[in-house]
Design a protein around this ligand. Structure first.
Ligand SMILES: Cc1cc2nc3c(=O)[nH]c(=O)nc-3n(C[C@H](O)[C@H](O)[C@H](O)COP(=O)(O)O)c2cc1C
Length: 406
């Protein structure tokens, strides 16, 4: 279940062109995440979009004035709403509202609420033209906000409505990224067990080359590894994600290292292993590779009928042998006697948890968005979970691994 479920959010909208994205974000928050959102708009924000849109999606009166309300009751709502809120998020945050926060100016409803709110529970998503964003005053203001423990959602470099070349830094990130940072800020208030932990996750397939064009691989998409990496990062872990070839974008909030072969994956993982607290090997490392790799492209007639193969390195077994403080999570794909075979693997490889996938189960396919996993612990207990999204499955893996001893 999303950590955002049932949360009270104050969504501040200031006068930036990216405000159109906030309407869709609001819909996701209220409809998909069950959040209770109160929207506050500056006067300039209302020049871009009308409160009606946000009233419709939040199901509530939008606050636009400090001293007036259509419902007739104003009182000290600028303090009460902030106190009731789990998060205050200004998306988009204009150069002007950022300047006001830094200067302590409280001259309308939003800026007054922001000065009443603790920086740790406030998210600021700057979005503006690249010249505005790169201005030394803006950079000084943002450094000040970071220093005061505000949660900044850094803007992206990309297409801008107003840049001369149509391109630059200052673009509001997409909805998925905004939701990631909202969830991260919620977790930060809960002190989750993963907070401050160093976590390495591997994901995706590996490719074992026959020549420069052909390879042996498997259909792993990398979705489960990405879900694990993002889930840990959201919960405050410092995550290194080692990815085999995957068409998916890098997980949010992680350092991603891309590799191709099992050998390269082994090298990267071993290089980072010692400093980790937790390693989760969700990658579908290919078990075999051609004994010889040919340079260039083999002519069709030159491809040998019998292809001599050899085993790739067993990275998980190697980690199990060398582990000191690390908690080690393995994944297994079994089509029969799943629990028995997985438990054997857990014991042989010195793992702390093994996650069993049965690719034959409906909804548990390699590249799908859902998974049906069974969590198996060293004491032999097997916890079969119902069909879940890969994100929810990832949360369940971390929860099981870090469960306090009974
Ligand atoms: C078409 C248009 C687009 C604008 N886009 C942005 C923007 O993306 N970011 C920004 O900081 N200001 C932008 N501005 C300027 C702000 O709206 C202006 O500085 C305003 O005073 C901000 O007020 P507020 O912070 O009270 O909402 C834009 C103005 C116009 C006319």
């Amino acid at each position: 279940m999303s950590i955002l479920r049932g949360k009270n959010i104050l969504l501040g909208l200031s006068g930036g062109i990216a405000i159109y994205k906030s309407a869709s974000l609001l819909r996701r928050l209220t409809r998909d995440h069950g959040c209770n959102v109160t929207v506050v708009m500056t006067r300039s924000a209302q020049a871009f979009m009308t409160p009606l849109v946000f009233e419709t999606f939040s199901g509530k009166e939008v606050i636009t004035e400090m001293f007036e309300s259509r419902s007739g009751i104003v009182g000290t709502r600028h303090i009460d709403l902030v106190q009731q809120a789990d998060l205050i998020a200004v998306i988009p945050a204009s150069a002007n509202i950022i300047g006001k926060i830094c200067a302590g100016i409280a001259d309308d409803a939003l800026s007054t609420m922001l000065i009443a709110a603790r920086p740790e529970k406030t998210l600021i998503a700057p979005a503006m033209n690249h010249n505005m964003y790169n201005h030394p005053v803006m950079q000084r203001n943002l450094a000040q906000l970071r220093g005061l423990s505000y949660n900044l959602i850094e803007p992206e470099t990309g297409e801008l409505a107003t840049a001369e070349e149509g391109w630059g830094v200052g673009r509001l990130p997409d909805e998925k990224t905004l939701l990631f940072y909202l969830e991260k800020a919620c977790y930060a208030q809960k002190s989750p067990a993963l907070r401050g932990k160093k976590v390495l996750v591997s994901g995706g397939p590996t490719r074992e080359a026959l020549d420069d064009i052909r390879f042996i691989s498997n259909p792993s998409s990398g979705k489960m590894g990405i879900a694990l990496a993002e889930s840990a990062a959201k919960q405050g872990a410092k995550v290194v994600y080692v990815s085999g070839p995957s068409s998916l974008p890098d997980p949010l909030g992680c350092e991603t290292i891309r590799v191709v072969s099992a050998e390269a994956m082994k090298t990267q993982i071993l290089q980072h292993f010692e400093e980790q607290d937790i390693v989760a090997m969700a990658a579908a490392v290919e078990d075999i590779r051609p004994k010889v790799k040919f340079a260039g492209k083999l002519k069709k007639q030159a491809i040998p009928e019998q292809l001599p193969l050899e085993r790739t390195p067993d990275i998980l077994a190697l980690l199990g042998k060398n582990k000191k403080k690390q908690l080690l999570v393995g994944f297994s794909v079994e089509v029969e006697k799943g629990i028995e075979h997985s438990l054997k693997k857990l014991r042989e490889k010195n793992l702390d948890l093994i996650v069993l996938n049965d690719p034959g189960e409906p909804g548990a396919a390699f590249a799908g968005d859902t998974n049906r996993i069974t969590l198996i612990t060293p004491d032999g207990k097997a916890n079969p979970l119902p069909l879940k999204s890969k994100e929810e499955s990832a949360e369940a893996v971390w929860e099981q691994l870090l469960k306090p001893e009974a």
